[in-house]
Design a binder for this molecule. Structure first.
Ligand SMILES: Cc1ncc(COP(=O)(O)O)c(C=O)c1O
Length: 306
Protein backbone atom coordinates (compact mmCIF):
# COMPACT_ATOMS: atom_id res chain seq x y z
CA UNK A 1 0.00 0.00 0.00
CA UNK A 2 1.60 3.32 -0.98
CA UNK A 3 0.80 6.65 0.67
CA UNK A 4 -1.67 7.47 -2.10
CA UNK A 5 -3.56 4.24 -1.80
CA UNK A 6 -7.16 5.26 -1.18
CA UNK A 7 -7.71 2.28 1.10
CA UNK A 8 -6.08 4.42 3.82
CA UNK A 9 -9.40 6.25 3.91
CA UNK A 10 -11.18 3.16 5.19
CA UNK A 11 -13.77 2.72 2.47
CA UNK A 12 -16.79 0.55 3.05
CA UNK A 13 -15.83 -2.23 0.65
CA UNK A 14 -17.26 -4.44 -0.62
CA UNK A 15 -20.22 -2.06 -0.74
CA UNK A 16 -23.43 -3.44 0.79
CA UNK A 17 -25.92 -5.34 -1.37
CA UNK A 18 -29.43 -4.89 0.01
CA UNK A 19 -32.55 -6.78 -1.07
CA UNK A 20 -35.60 -4.49 -1.29
CA UNK A 21 -39.27 -5.39 -1.43
CA UNK A 22 -40.85 -3.84 -4.51
CA UNK A 23 -44.13 -5.23 -5.79
CA UNK A 24 -43.41 -4.12 -9.35
CA UNK A 25 -40.61 -6.71 -9.38
CA UNK A 26 -42.04 -9.28 -6.96
CA UNK A 27 -45.26 -9.82 -8.93
CA UNK A 28 -43.18 -10.90 -11.92
CA UNK A 29 -41.05 -13.24 -9.84
CA UNK A 30 -38.08 -10.86 -9.90
CA UNK A 31 -35.77 -9.94 -7.03
CA UNK A 32 -34.51 -6.35 -6.76
CA UNK A 33 -31.24 -5.66 -4.94
CA UNK A 34 -29.58 -2.29 -4.38
CA UNK A 35 -25.79 -2.23 -4.65
CA UNK A 36 -25.09 0.63 -2.24
CA UNK A 37 -22.01 2.18 -3.81
CA UNK A 38 -23.15 5.49 -2.33
CA UNK A 39 -21.99 4.18 1.06
CA UNK A 40 -18.35 3.56 0.08
CA UNK A 41 -17.08 6.92 1.37
CA UNK A 42 -18.86 10.20 2.21
CA UNK A 43 -16.51 12.37 0.08
CA UNK A 44 -15.79 9.85 -2.66
CA UNK A 45 -19.02 7.94 -3.13
CA UNK A 46 -19.82 5.30 -5.69
CA UNK A 47 -18.06 5.31 -8.99
CA UNK A 48 -15.91 8.28 -7.91
CA UNK A 49 -14.03 5.97 -5.59
CA UNK A 50 -13.85 3.12 -8.08
CA UNK A 51 -12.55 5.37 -10.85
CA UNK A 52 -10.05 7.37 -8.81
CA UNK A 53 -8.49 4.56 -6.77
CA UNK A 54 -6.03 3.20 -9.36
CA UNK A 55 -5.47 6.63 -10.92
CA UNK A 56 -4.36 8.14 -7.62
CA UNK A 57 -2.08 5.21 -6.98
CA UNK A 58 -0.54 5.79 -10.43
CA UNK A 59 -0.19 9.53 -9.74
CA UNK A 60 1.68 8.63 -6.53
CA UNK A 61 1.44 12.08 -5.01
CA UNK A 62 2.06 14.14 -8.15
CA UNK A 63 -0.42 16.97 -8.68
CA UNK A 64 -3.59 15.70 -10.36
CA UNK A 65 -5.16 17.78 -13.11
CA UNK A 66 -8.65 17.01 -14.28
CA UNK A 67 -11.64 18.56 -16.05
CA UNK A 68 -15.27 19.32 -15.39
CA UNK A 69 -18.23 21.65 -15.68
CA UNK A 70 -19.23 24.13 -12.99
CA UNK A 71 -21.19 21.47 -11.05
CA UNK A 72 -18.96 18.47 -11.66
CA UNK A 73 -19.13 15.78 -8.97
CA UNK A 74 -15.91 14.40 -10.37
CA UNK A 75 -14.06 17.68 -9.68
CA UNK A 76 -15.41 17.71 -6.14
CA UNK A 77 -14.35 14.13 -5.49
CA UNK A 78 -10.85 14.76 -6.88
CA UNK A 79 -10.45 17.88 -4.73
CA UNK A 80 -11.60 15.97 -1.65
CA UNK A 81 -9.14 13.16 -2.36
CA UNK A 82 -6.34 15.74 -2.64
CA UNK A 83 -7.25 17.19 0.74
CA UNK A 84 -7.60 13.80 2.41
CA UNK A 85 -4.42 12.27 1.01
CA UNK A 86 -2.32 15.43 0.73
CA UNK A 87 -1.58 15.97 -2.97
CA UNK A 88 -2.20 19.11 -5.08
CA UNK A 89 -5.16 19.22 -7.45
CA UNK A 90 -6.01 21.39 -10.44
CA UNK A 91 -9.52 21.61 -11.88
CA UNK A 92 -9.88 22.85 -15.44
CA UNK A 93 -13.39 24.28 -15.52
CA UNK A 94 -15.49 24.79 -18.65
CA UNK A 95 -16.49 28.46 -19.10
CA UNK A 96 -14.09 31.40 -18.76
CA UNK A 97 -17.06 33.66 -18.00
CA UNK A 98 -17.12 32.04 -14.54
CA UNK A 99 -13.67 33.37 -13.68
CA UNK A 100 -14.83 36.80 -12.56
CA UNK A 101 -17.88 35.65 -10.61
CA UNK A 102 -18.35 34.33 -7.09
CA UNK A 103 -17.86 30.56 -7.04
CA UNK A 104 -20.98 28.40 -6.96
CA UNK A 105 -21.23 26.04 -3.95
CA UNK A 106 -19.75 23.12 -5.87
CA UNK A 107 -16.67 25.04 -7.05
CA UNK A 108 -16.38 26.76 -3.66
CA UNK A 109 -16.09 23.32 -2.10
CA UNK A 110 -13.36 22.38 -4.60
CA UNK A 111 -11.46 25.56 -3.76
CA UNK A 112 -11.89 25.01 -0.02
CA UNK A 113 -10.38 21.56 -0.50
CA UNK A 114 -7.33 23.24 -2.02
CA UNK A 115 -8.08 22.69 -5.71
CA UNK A 116 -6.60 25.30 -8.00
CA UNK A 117 -9.29 26.27 -10.51
CA UNK A 118 -8.37 27.16 -14.09
CA UNK A 119 -11.30 28.53 -16.09
CA UNK A 120 -11.08 28.03 -19.84
CA UNK A 121 -13.30 29.11 -22.71
CA UNK A 122 -15.57 26.52 -24.26
CA UNK A 123 -13.55 26.10 -27.47
CA UNK A 124 -10.38 25.34 -25.48
CA UNK A 125 -12.34 23.01 -23.22
CA UNK A 126 -13.70 21.08 -26.20
CA UNK A 127 -10.17 20.73 -27.58
CA UNK A 128 -8.69 19.54 -24.26
CA UNK A 129 -7.68 16.13 -25.63
CA UNK A 130 -5.61 17.72 -28.38
CA UNK A 131 -1.97 17.20 -27.30
CA UNK A 132 -1.00 20.84 -28.00
CA UNK A 133 -3.98 22.24 -26.08
CA UNK A 134 -3.33 19.88 -23.17
CA UNK A 135 0.38 20.78 -23.13
CA UNK A 136 -0.53 24.48 -22.94
CA UNK A 137 -2.96 23.81 -20.09
CA UNK A 138 -0.33 21.83 -18.20
CA UNK A 139 2.20 24.61 -18.75
CA UNK A 140 -0.21 27.15 -17.36
CA UNK A 141 -1.27 25.04 -14.40
CA UNK A 142 1.21 22.40 -13.29
CA UNK A 143 3.80 20.93 -15.64
CA UNK A 144 4.26 17.28 -14.71
CA UNK A 145 0.75 16.84 -13.36
CA UNK A 146 -1.00 13.51 -13.73
CA UNK A 147 -3.98 14.02 -16.05
CA UNK A 148 -7.33 12.38 -15.39
CA UNK A 149 -9.89 12.91 -18.18
CA UNK A 150 -13.30 14.53 -17.79
CA UNK A 151 -15.65 12.33 -15.79
CA UNK A 152 -12.64 10.35 -14.56
CA UNK A 153 -13.06 7.67 -17.23
CA UNK A 154 -9.85 6.13 -18.53
CA UNK A 155 -8.35 2.65 -18.63
CA UNK A 156 -7.41 2.64 -14.93
CA UNK A 157 -10.89 3.87 -14.01
CA UNK A 158 -12.48 1.02 -15.96
CA UNK A 159 -10.16 -1.44 -14.21
CA UNK A 160 -11.19 0.00 -10.86
CA UNK A 161 -14.85 -0.45 -11.78
CA UNK A 162 -14.23 -4.11 -12.66
CA UNK A 163 -13.99 -4.67 -8.92
CA UNK A 164 -17.65 -3.64 -8.65
CA UNK A 165 -18.52 -6.44 -11.09
CA UNK A 166 -16.45 -8.96 -9.16
CA UNK A 167 -18.24 -8.05 -5.92
CA UNK A 168 -21.50 -9.08 -7.57
CA UNK A 169 -20.31 -12.57 -8.56
CA UNK A 170 -22.99 -15.12 -7.80
CA UNK A 171 -25.36 -12.51 -6.34
CA UNK A 172 -27.26 -11.20 -9.38
CA UNK A 173 -28.14 -12.22 -12.92
CA UNK A 174 -28.53 -8.72 -14.35
CA UNK A 175 -26.89 -5.51 -13.14
CA UNK A 176 -28.24 -2.06 -14.01
CA UNK A 177 -26.10 1.08 -14.02
CA UNK A 178 -26.50 4.69 -15.15
CA UNK A 179 -24.01 5.86 -17.78
CA UNK A 180 -22.42 9.22 -18.52
CA UNK A 181 -19.00 8.66 -20.08
CA UNK A 182 -19.28 4.85 -19.96
CA UNK A 183 -16.30 4.05 -17.75
CA UNK A 184 -18.37 2.49 -14.98
CA UNK A 185 -20.24 0.19 -17.37
CA UNK A 186 -17.03 -0.75 -19.23
CA UNK A 187 -15.43 -1.94 -15.99
CA UNK A 188 -18.53 -3.40 -14.39
CA UNK A 189 -19.22 -5.63 -17.43
CA UNK A 190 -15.61 -6.79 -17.49
CA UNK A 191 -15.77 -7.81 -13.82
CA UNK A 192 -18.97 -9.84 -14.04
CA UNK A 193 -18.84 -13.63 -14.29
CA UNK A 194 -20.08 -15.59 -17.32
CA UNK A 195 -23.89 -15.76 -17.25
CA UNK A 196 -24.23 -12.31 -15.65
CA UNK A 197 -25.10 -9.31 -17.78
CA UNK A 198 -24.85 -5.55 -17.41
CA UNK A 199 -27.50 -3.11 -18.57
CA UNK A 200 -26.49 0.51 -19.09
CA UNK A 201 -28.89 3.45 -19.04
CA UNK A 202 -27.36 6.54 -20.71
CA UNK A 203 -28.34 9.87 -19.13
CA UNK A 204 -27.14 11.86 -22.14
CA UNK A 205 -28.74 12.01 -25.54
CA UNK A 206 -26.89 10.63 -28.54
CA UNK A 207 -25.51 7.38 -29.89
CA UNK A 208 -21.87 7.78 -28.96
CA UNK A 209 -21.80 5.71 -25.80
CA UNK A 210 -21.45 2.17 -27.22
CA UNK A 211 -18.28 3.26 -29.03
CA UNK A 212 -16.92 4.85 -25.84
CA UNK A 213 -17.51 1.70 -23.80
CA UNK A 214 -15.81 -0.44 -26.45
CA UNK A 215 -12.83 1.96 -26.62
CA UNK A 216 -12.48 1.99 -22.82
CA UNK A 217 -12.59 -1.82 -22.69
CA UNK A 218 -9.97 -2.01 -25.43
CA UNK A 219 -7.71 0.39 -23.50
CA UNK A 220 -8.27 -1.26 -20.12
CA UNK A 221 -8.48 -4.95 -20.97
CA UNK A 222 -7.19 -5.26 -24.54
CA UNK A 223 -10.57 -6.06 -26.12
CA UNK A 224 -14.30 -6.54 -25.53
CA UNK A 225 -15.28 -7.99 -22.16
CA UNK A 226 -18.51 -9.25 -20.64
CA UNK A 227 -22.13 -9.17 -21.73
CA UNK A 228 -23.46 -5.61 -21.77
CA UNK A 229 -26.09 -3.59 -23.59
CA UNK A 230 -27.51 -0.07 -23.54
CA UNK A 231 -31.10 1.10 -23.36
CA UNK A 232 -31.18 4.69 -24.58
CA UNK A 233 -34.83 5.46 -23.83
CA UNK A 234 -34.47 6.93 -20.36
CA UNK A 235 -32.31 10.07 -20.62
CA UNK A 236 -35.46 12.12 -20.01
CA UNK A 237 -34.45 14.89 -22.41
CA UNK A 238 -30.71 14.85 -21.75
CA UNK A 239 -28.12 15.63 -19.14
CA UNK A 240 -29.46 17.32 -16.00
CA UNK A 241 -33.03 17.29 -17.36
CA UNK A 242 -35.56 15.88 -14.93
CA UNK A 243 -39.14 15.91 -16.19
CA UNK A 244 -42.10 16.17 -13.78
CA UNK A 245 -42.88 12.52 -14.58
CA UNK A 246 -39.38 11.40 -13.59
CA UNK A 247 -39.54 13.56 -10.48
CA UNK A 248 -42.84 11.90 -9.51
CA UNK A 249 -41.42 8.43 -10.18
CA UNK A 250 -38.37 9.23 -8.04
CA UNK A 251 -40.36 10.61 -5.10
CA UNK A 252 -42.51 7.51 -5.15
CA UNK A 253 -39.39 5.30 -5.16
CA UNK A 254 -37.93 7.32 -2.28
CA UNK A 255 -41.10 6.85 -0.24
CA UNK A 256 -41.38 3.14 -0.97
CA UNK A 257 -37.79 2.47 0.06
CA UNK A 258 -36.93 5.31 2.45
CA UNK A 259 -33.87 6.20 0.47
CA UNK A 260 -32.91 9.59 -1.00
CA UNK A 261 -32.18 9.14 -4.71
CA UNK A 262 -29.68 11.12 -6.80
CA UNK A 263 -31.65 12.59 -9.71
CA UNK A 264 -29.27 13.02 -12.65
CA UNK A 265 -28.07 9.44 -12.92
CA UNK A 266 -29.54 7.01 -10.40
CA UNK A 267 -33.18 8.08 -10.86
CA UNK A 268 -32.97 7.58 -14.62
CA UNK A 269 -31.51 4.09 -14.20
CA UNK A 270 -34.23 3.11 -11.69
CA UNK A 271 -36.93 4.46 -13.99
CA UNK A 272 -35.51 2.39 -16.85
CA UNK A 273 -35.30 -0.71 -14.70
CA UNK A 274 -38.87 -0.48 -13.39
CA UNK A 275 -40.12 0.10 -16.96
CA UNK A 276 -38.23 -2.94 -18.25
CA UNK A 277 -39.61 -5.09 -15.40
CA UNK A 278 -43.14 -3.93 -16.27
CA UNK A 279 -42.51 -4.66 -19.96
CA UNK A 280 -41.68 -8.26 -19.03
CA UNK A 281 -38.07 -7.94 -20.16
CA UNK A 282 -36.75 -10.29 -17.46
CA UNK A 283 -37.72 -13.96 -17.03
CA UNK A 284 -39.19 -14.90 -13.62
CA UNK A 285 -36.48 -15.80 -11.14
CA UNK A 286 -34.09 -13.09 -12.37
CA UNK A 287 -32.12 -11.36 -9.61
CA UNK A 288 -31.51 -7.76 -10.61
CA UNK A 289 -28.94 -5.54 -8.90
CA UNK A 290 -29.40 -1.79 -9.37
CA UNK A 291 -26.12 0.05 -8.78
CA UNK A 292 -26.61 3.17 -6.64
CA UNK A 293 -23.64 5.05 -8.07
CA UNK A 294 -24.05 8.21 -6.01
CA UNK A 295 -26.02 10.09 -3.37
CA UNK A 296 -27.99 13.31 -3.80
CA UNK A 297 -26.04 16.50 -3.16
CA UNK A 298 -25.81 17.51 0.45
CA UNK A 299 -27.66 14.43 1.64
CA UNK A 300 -26.00 11.96 3.93
CA UNK A 301 -26.85 8.57 2.50
CA UNK A 302 -29.12 6.66 4.85
CA UNK A 303 -27.43 3.59 6.21
CA UNK A 304 -29.49 0.46 6.19
CA UNK A 305 -29.35 -1.79 9.22
CA UNK A 306 -29.33 -4.84 7.00
C1 LIG B 1 -23.86 9.32 -9.64
C2 LIG B 1 -23.28 8.92 -10.96
N1 LIG B 1 -23.70 7.78 -11.54
C3 LIG B 1 -23.24 7.37 -12.73
C4 LIG B 1 -22.29 8.11 -13.42
C5 LIG B 1 -21.85 7.63 -14.76
O1 LIG B 1 -20.57 7.15 -14.79
P1 LIG B 1 -19.74 7.04 -16.13
O2 LIG B 1 -19.35 8.44 -16.50
O3 LIG B 1 -18.59 6.18 -15.78
O4 LIG B 1 -20.61 6.44 -17.18
C6 LIG B 1 -21.80 9.29 -12.86
C7 LIG B 1 -20.78 10.09 -13.55
O5 LIG B 1 -19.64 10.06 -13.20
C8 LIG B 1 -22.31 9.71 -11.59
O6 LIG B 1 -21.89 10.88 -11.01
Amino acid sequence: MNAFDLSRLRPRLPSPLEPVEDERFARRGLTLLLKREDLIHPDLPGNKWRKLALNLEAAAGRPVLTFGGAYSNHLRATAAAGRLLGFPTVGVVRGDELAGRPLNPSLARCAADGMRLEFVDRATYRAKNDPAVLAALLDRAHAGAYVVPEGGSNALAARGCAELGRELAGAADAVAVACGTGGTLAGLAAGLAPGQRALGFPVLRGDFLGGEVRALQEAAFGGPRGDWSLDGRFHDGGYARVSPALEAFTRDFEERHELAIERLYVAKMLHGLVTLAEEGAFPPGTRIAAVVTGAPDGVQPSVSSR
